[in-house]
Design a protein around this ligand. Structure first.
Ligand code: NAD
Ligand code: ZN
Length: 366
């Protein structure tokens, strides 16, 4: 089992990574001194597969648990689902000493984490991420929240988990499309922080696509280490943490204009990262060869790298970018790469360059 620590003073916690770690859920919670009663929040895809194993592990360690099942999918990240969870926690008499276990992908993690952050003004929670995206990204760092009609993640809190358990066995049942989407975040860590990881991915991507457990163990651990290092330095995103948004300015806008229907998050940010690489070449002088390597690795992972947009769609995407919550003072700021492994945040990019970065045949906006 690999262990990565997130060092945040008295809110520090471990990420435990390996096959079969779900069976240790109860023992790990007991080791942390968590109290008797808890609620496992999961979704309609994950609960039937792993709910029982989670509850059995908790029972064995002396905990009393109940299972709260929310609908699968992004629409569950709503105030309505949050309220339904609060009501069930209250009905089950969860107290200040009780805790929540988030068992599922990023949707469950964000939602259950928000419930834990706010119920009785905050109770402890444990993350058991079951998608690749959640294991390398969303379960670490304490950002929790939900969506409003007006946009994604507009309501939220910082609430660090007490423990993250990444059971690599759970990835076996993840649909291939979801798995590839998680790889987009994995590749991102190479681009923003770790040229060695990037080279390893270039060399061993077929092994990772086969979900080879040894490769997964080292790659998930490395991604968590990088995220932990960034979060340690800037927990509440006043600066450096923004580098985790490489490719996300365009990615989020693409998700928004397609009404979160066409692309998975990982697919949208694959396109966004390739676009950001092309912008980096123009603005920061990222060598053309590195742009090609970036494009090629996303292609090898089976992810989209460009999008054909007509003029009205281009206008919409630019408008969506200026609505993104990362915008401050009306300027669209980008994270750009100087080279693979070295990025800088806060670069202003002329809007006129954006269409050409998305589509190989640049279209003009009329
Ligand atoms: N808090 C953060 O820092 C942060 C970072 C990145 C993303 N996010 C959020 O994460 C969410 C996306 O997370 P996601 O990609 O994990 O999506 P998700 O939670 O919707 O999971 C994707 C799909 O896979 C299913 N699933 C999950 N685990 C499975 C398994 N082991 N086997 C079979 N099916 C399984 C789910 O039911 C769902 O249908 C978004 O809401 C995004 O905003 C948060
Ligand atoms: Zn992301």
């Amino acid at each position: 089992m690999g262990i990565v620590n997130v060092p945040l003073g008295h809110r520090s916690y471990d990420i435990r990574i390996g096959p079969g770690v779900l069976a240790r859920l109860g023992a790990e919670c007991a080791r942390l001194g968590l109290r008797k009663r808890c609620a496992v929040i999961s979704d309609t895809n994950v609960a039937p597969r792993y709910g029982k194993a989670a509850q059995t592990a908790l029972t064995k360690a002396g905990f009393t648990s109940s299972l709260i099942i929310i609908p699968a999918g992004e629409t569950a990240k709503s105030i309505k689902t949050v309220e339904a969870c609060y009501n069930q926690l209250a009905a089950q008499r969860l107290e200040r000493q009780s805790f929540v276990v988030a068992l599922g992908g990023g949707v469950v993690g964000d939602l259950a984490g928000f419930v834990a952050a706010t119920y009785l003004r905050g109770i402890p929670f444990v993350q058991v991420p079951t998608t690749l995206l959640a294991q390398v990204d969303s379960s670490v760092g304490g950002k929790v929240g939900l969506n409003l009609k007006a946009g994604k993640n507009l309501v939220g809190a910082f609430h660090q988990p007490r423990l993250v358990l990444c059971d690599l066995d759970t990835l076996a049942s993840l649909p291939m499309r979801e798995y590839r989407a998680g790889l987009a975040e994995v590749i991102k860590y190479g681009i923003i922080y770790d040229p060695r990881l990037f080279r390893r991915l270039e060399r061993d991507l077929p092994r990772l696509l086969r979900r080879d457990q040894r490769m997964l163990a080292t790659v998930v651990a490395r991604c968590c280490e990088i995220k932990a290092d960034v979060v340690r330095q800037d927990e509440t995103e006043s600066g450096l943490r923004a580098i985790l948004n490489f490719g996300h300015t365009i990615g989020h806008a693409l998700e928004a204009i397609s009404h979160y229907g066409k692309y998975l998050h990982g697919e949208a940010i694959a396109i966004g990262q390739v676009a950001a690489a092309k912008l980096s070449a123009q603005v920061l002088g990222l060598p053309a060869r590195e742009v090609e390597r970036i494009e090629r690795i996303f292609q090898s992972a089976g992810l989209p790298t460009q999008v054909k947009l007509n003029a009205p769609q281009l206008r919409k995407i630019l408008a969506a970018m200026s609505l993104d919550k990362k915008v401050s003072g009306g300027e669209i700021k980008f994270v750009l790469a100087r080279r693979i492994g070295v990025v800088e945040f806060g670069h202003q990019v002329p809007a006129a360059l954006i269409p050409g970065s998305l589509n190989p045949q640049p279209s003009t906006i009329h």
